[in-house]
Design a protein around this ligand. Structure first.
Ligand code: X8Z
Ligand code: ZN
Length: 580
């Protein structure tokens, strides 16, 4: 026993005290951040920055205390907690309280700039927000209007640039005080692997999927050349970013009608189905919840329905970027989203509820284990469920009259590929860029140029017109001003296909993976819950094994899923140039 109960010296006692204090501070900052994100004012921004700064400072302080403890007496679980104290949060406050507050304030301030940015599209009298500009990107086909909406949104970066430079300095101060080389190394240290091995593992996974991406890129480029002409879309060069249906060219499903195989019936357009039935946003949430319940998981608590934000309020500024919360870290689950009645948002709802069901499943763990196995797991759960939104499922819940008989399903697979395969290089490059920014290999003067060099290299995409170094285009992507690591989404896009394949088998599905749905399978639900409940209490390979029987992340699940499409794309692109 330690002599002074106020200053324990044994690992178990130190961790108990740390977890009690941090839980309390996490709830406090969660409440403050919720209010800020759903009602942005200077006051709420300041209050939430203070609460966040307190949590970050206390976490850093406990991490330093824990690091100095003798390891001999610590159980394996406590050793893991000591490690998680160091790496669990994506930001470390510098020990100097003034700098800590400045850092939290800078991040919240960048988020507020991002949330408040508006642009008046060509011909419109009123400035509109990101959501409306994104709708133009998705639905408009006139390249001039597309470029205008794109350029108008990307102007947001100019204001974010200066605080971003300061944030990089301050975040690195905090990371170095905990003996990381820089914040990027901290982010890479959260995968139960040495940070350099993680970077190599990611490269291996990318090489597995790259040939498929190249095929999709060549096919889509060919169709866009046919649509817009070779003077707008170079036959052998990168694709202009504003023609791919998404502000960041990160997923391309909105241009499905432009690239659909001519012989395929357009397939079920989910947006149209939802609108035709007059489904309201809250009913979309109910439908997504029913999927989880069909697996044997409990319904969401009534507080979820009372406290969530489902639609954009008219009377105040909010952070519309979708997110899921567990404010008391037990059962105060909420989502915050500006839901539109689209297939895209229907998918995102499953994504968000996946976070909520994970949070709830690990709520029985001690504070430091109340997290996913690694962050890619958190991002993969809801997406895994959304892969089960098949024509058969839509027919079962009455959104489709009847599911078409399984065929080559090229249309369906191509639609999914525009969503999932197109995403992969983007999912990779955001943190490839930030790792180098944090390490100092990329200097502020080179921020914009290096960003577009990576976009060109990985995505084969180019801005609509040359960008000047005065712009700060990475700032136009939410996760950059909001300090959210992005590699998680790349990993999630591979993991979800591993999960889907394993759960489909557990559910007894025999057919092709793109037609398999785990809806209604409690066998699949049990398997899923067994993994979710582990939280962060074990290294992620153990969690992966609990669900899939595999211990490595692997692109094979994704490649299996898309195998019929890959054959088709190979044939279609036989006479087209590939690469850029
Ligand atoms: O940010 C998200 C989620 C919230 S964690 C809506 N996603 C990434 C993005 O929007 O860029 C989901 C897919 C990738
Ligand atoms: Zn997410």
């Amino acid at each position: 026993m330690s002599a002074d109960p106020e200053r324990p010296s044994e690992p178990a006692a130190v961790l108990r005290a740390a977890e009690a204090e941090l839980l309390d501070l996490a709830i406090e900052s969660g409440r403050a951040e919720w209010v800020q994100a759903t009602y942005i004012t200077d006051d709420t921004t300041d209050l939430s920055a203070r609460a966040t700064a307190r949590l970050l400072a206390a976490t850093a302080r406990w991490a330093r205390t824990a690091a100095a403890l003798p390891r001999g007496g610590a159980s394996a679980a406590d050793q893991r907690k000591i490690q998680l104290l160091r790496t669990g949060l994506p930001l470390i406050a510098p020990g100097d309280p003034a700098l800590g507050r400045e850092l939290a304030g800078t991040v919240n301030g960048m988020q507020a700039i991002y949330a408040k940015h508006r642009h008046a599209p060509a011909g419109a009298s009123e400035p509109v927000d990101l959501q409306a500009l994104s709708r133009i990107l998705a639905e408009e086909r006139d390249p001039v209007r597309l470029e205008d909406a794109w350029t108008g949104w990307y102007r947001v970066g100019r204001e974010i640039r200066r605080p971003f430079v300061r944030y990089v300095e301050l975040a690195n101060v905090g990371a170095r005080e905990l003996d990381f080389a820089d914040l990027g190394e901290l982010w890479r240290s959260r995968y139960d692997l040495p940070p350099d091995d993680l970077a190599r593992e990611v490269e291996r996974l990318w090489q597995q999927v790259r040939p498929l991406y190249d095929l999709l890129h060549a096919y889509v480029r060919g169709r866009l050349v046919a649509r817009y002409g070779a003077d707008r879309v170079p036959e052998r060069g990168p694709i202009p970013a504003h023609l791919l249906g998404n502000m960041w060219a990160q997923s391309w499903e909105s241009i499905y009608p432009l690239v659909a195989p001519p012989e395929e019936a357009a397939g079920a357009d989910l947006t149209e189905l939802l609108r035709r039935r007059g489904v309201a946003p809250v009913e979309m949430v109910r439908t997504a919840e029913r999927f989880f319940v069909s697996l044997g998981l409990p319904p969401l608590p009534s507080s979820f329905w009372e406290r969530s934000m489902f639609e954009r309020p008219r009377d105040r500024e909010v952070v519309c970027h979708a997110s899921a919360w567990d404010v008391d870290l037990v059962d105060d689950l909420r989502i915050k989203m500006c839901i539109e009645v689209t297939g895209d948002d229907f998918t995102t709802l499953h994504h968000e509820l996946g976070h909520n069901y994970y949070q709830r499943a690990y709520a029985g763990q001690p504070y430091l284990f109340r997290d996913s196995a690694h962050d890619g797991f958190h991002e993969a759960i809801g997406d895994t469920i959304a892969l089960s939104v098949t024509p058969e499922y839509l027919a079962r819940i009455g959104l489709l009259d009847r599911a078409p008989a399984p065929g080559p399903d090229i249309g369906l697979l191509l639609h999914r590929a525009l969503e999932k395969i197109a995403f992969l290089p983007f999912g990779l490059l955001v943190d490839r860029w930030r790792w180098e920014v944090f390490s100092g290999a990329i200097a502020p003067a080179d921020y914009n140029r290096t960003w577009w060099a990576l976009v060109a290299r990985y995505q084969g995409v180019a801005p609509p017109a040359p960008r000047s170094d005065a712009e700060f285009d990475p700032g136009a992507k939410y996760h950059v001003p909001a300090n959210v690591p992005y590699l998680r989404y790349f990993l999630a896009h591979l993991l979800q296909f591993q999960f889907h394949r394993a759960l489909a088998r557990a559910a007894g599905e025999q057919g092709p993976l793109h037609r398999a749905s785990i809806y209604g399978s409690t066998a699949a639900g049990d398997r899923l819950r067994a993994m979710l409940e582990l939280g962060a209490s074990v290294p992620w390979p153990d969690a992966l094994e609990a669900l899939t029987g595999e211990r490595r992340m692997d692109a094979r699940g994704l490649l299996d899923y898309f195998a019929p499409l890959e054959r088709w794309l190979r044939e279609e692109t036989r006479h087209l140039p590939t690469g850029w």
